[in-house]
Design a protein around this ligand. Structure first.
Ligand code: AMP
Length: 249
């Protein structure tokens, strides 16, 4: 069984991004970029499925600029066998990514696609669901546990009321939640090995997909600055201020 893992290159989660002065977006020039954390969890899960003998091959795929090759090399250092980059400088929106991934799925014929539940840059949380719809496949989102047996995946999901367990028929789409696993550290020997693994490069045109944006960002703004707090001498003053100044009780 082949497993496909889409990975996105995003601003590293430790970076505090700044809004560009023209409010057209955030400034990502010269900031550290890394693999989307939920995608690292997806690569780890696919690698564990391979180690258990459930998966036969793990293929990482990224859509975006040429530097996404670094992200794919990291995926291969974690455990992916090979990788594919759909290279474009166009800023990709989730529907375009889902269409590109559908084209890669048609080519590779995996039984399982494991994506992150969301990319931490745009927080869209759409690509996995759109891909499932385009393919007409079952989907189980926000997985915190995955077991695959035969042509069925049993997926536990964290929902508001507790844990929900779904049984879905393969081929299927799964998206990862934070508690699914803890990705391993990539070791130097594995980084070296990853450099020799196969990395194919396509363009959206090769795959026959139009990636032109459908949505227009009108404005990106910083959140309003919080005003300073005060220290109250006692509970009575606190209650008085909540009642008469903040008017929240
Ligand atoms: P999103 O819908 O943008 O929040 O992204 C959800 C998931 O879709 C990510 O965690 C990735 O697994 C996948 N994804 C999104 N954008 C890309 C991309 N440009 N290349 C590869 N995978 C992507």
């Amino acid at each position: 069984m082949k497993v496909l893992v889409p990975v996105k290159r995003v601003v590293d989660y430790n970076v505090k991004v700044r809004v560009k002065s023209d409010q057209s977006g955030v400034d990502i020039a010269n900031v550290k970029m890394s693999m989307n954390p939920f995608d690292e969890i997806a690569v780890e899960e696919a690698t564990r499925l391979k180690e258990k003998g459930v998966a036969t091959e793990v293929i990482a795929v990224s859509c975006g600029v040429v530097q996404s090759q670094e992200t794919l090399r990291t995926a291969m250092a974690i455990g992916a066998d090979r990788a594919a980059l759909v290279q474009t400088d166009v800023e990709l929106q989730p529907l375009a990514v889902a269409k590109l991934l559908k084209a890669v799925v048609d080519k590779e014929q995996p039984q399982l696609v494991i994506l992150g539940k969301q990319a931490i840059d745009d927080d869209a949380n759409q690509t996995g669901q759109m891909l499932a719809a385009l393919l007409g496949w079952s989907q189980a989102t926000f997985a915190s546990k995955v077991e695959v047996s035969g042509d069925t995946a049993t997926v536990t999901r964290e929902i508001d009321g507790g844990l929900e367990t779904l049984s879905i028929k393969l081929p299927a789409i799964i998206t990862t939640d934070l508690r699914l696993n803890e990705p391993r550290y990539v070791t130097l020997p594995n980084i070296m090995k990853a450099k020799k693994k196969q990395l194919d490069v396509y363009t959206p045109e090769d795959l026959g997909v139009d990636v032109a944006p459908r949505l227009k960002t009108l404005k990106v703004a910083e959140p309003p600055a919080r005003s300073a707090g005060i220290v109250v001498p006692d509970v009575a003053t606190l209650v008085e201020k909540l009642k008469n100044e903040a008017k929240v009780i």
